[in-house]
Design a protein around this ligand. Structure first.
Ligand code: RIB
Length: 311
């Protein structure tokens, strides 16, 4: 069983021709709300796209925004452990999605900041704890340490990027980052290879957007080129990747197969608007994979070259 401990936000989304620059006003189109938050997105991905038994620890306000967030998790089959913070508003995120599928996100964390070390439920039956950085860093660190102590596999998606304290890094089994997060956490702007060399974690996964992803396990690198899709909105694609990766690992899949499933689910999530609304079902992921051709030696070489690992 997977336990996700993290954030839940109601996303306020507007599509617009482009993301406004500082000081600029852009005329957007329809306004929509979607259940989001990196923690809740990853929990939905574990359960719906990954088909894994999933629990989530989250904190919500006592307001109308909390209800769609609880409903979305429950509908996906996630068992929820809610800390109620009546003095705080439920987390929200304000998202502009551009016509080229990029986004800009501002989070008002609200009740997510109420998650405290003492709120961690018993870890009996939990194989993997999946964490992100939209709740207090001290809480993330305490949860990771408690899970390590209990011999639970600790997975951190270090998003949004911030420097990680040494005790947190030392508790991790798997660290998942994108390029920007890798540079911040390693404190070493450079190639993927040179930044990764600064980080001593058992498994490091680096997502590279439309290029694909790579992972280092026991000193060996694995590469997974991206699946080509026509993107509409990339919001939640990284969360879908994280959730499905952990779901696959918790079901006994090896890292290469888990990366392939996670990449397929993340690609599908880019083809729909919204965060949790864009997460595919497990059957959709499997069906998508049956239609893909194996990646070519050229795709693999390009990915390796981008990471600065030459043949
Ligand atoms: O990763 C996407 C998520 O980031 C959105 O759903 C938003 O709520 C923010 O947490």
């Amino acid at each position: 069983m997977i336990l996700v401990a993290g954030s839940a936000n109601l996303d306020f989304v507007v599509q617009a021709p482009h993301i406004p620059a500082p000081g600029e006003t852009v005329m957007g189109r329809d306004f929509k709300t979607f259940p989001g938050g990196k923690g809740a997105n990853q929990a939905v991905a574990c359960a719906r796209a990954g088909g894994a038994s999933t629990h989530m620890l989250l904190a919500l306000g006592n307001d109308a925004f909390a209800t769609p967030l609880e409903n979305s998790l429950l509908t996906a089959g996630v068992q929820i452990h809610v800390v109620r913070a009546p003095e705080l508003a439920t987390g929200t995120a304000f998202i502009c999605v551009s016509d080229d599928a990029e986004n800009a996100i501002t989070v008002a964390p609200g009740a997510n900041l109420a998650l405290k070390p003492s709120h961690l439920p018993p870890l009996d039956g939990v194989s993997h704890l999946l964490l992100q950085l939209e709740i207090p860093l001290t809480t993330v660190t305490a949860y990771a340490q408690a899970a390590k102590e209990a011999k639970v596999q600790v997975v951190l998606n270090a998003a949004p990027a911030q420097e990680l304290p040494a005790p947190l890094l030392a508790s991790l089994d798997i660290l998942i980052v994108n390029e920007g997060e890798l540079q911040v956490i390693s404190n070493h702007p450079g190639t993927i290879a040179s930044s990764a060399a600064q980080l001593d974690v058992p498994v490091l996964v680096v997502t590279l957007g439309h290029r694909g992803c790579c992972a280092r396990s026991k000193g060996n690198w694995i590469y997974q080129p991206a699946f080509a899709v026509q993107p509409i909105d990339t919001t939640g694609a990284g969360d879908t990747f994280c959730g499905v990766l952990v779901a696959a690992l918790s079901q006994g899949q090896g890292l290469p197969d888990a990366l392939r499933l996670a990449s397929a689910a993340g690609a599908l999530a880019c083809t729909r608007l919204g965060a949790q609304s864009s997460i595919p079902s497990h059957d959709e992921v499997l069906d998508f994979l049956t239609k893909q051709t194996p990646h070519t030696p050229e795709q693999l070489a390009q990915l390796k070259q981008f990471c600065s690992f030459d043949e």
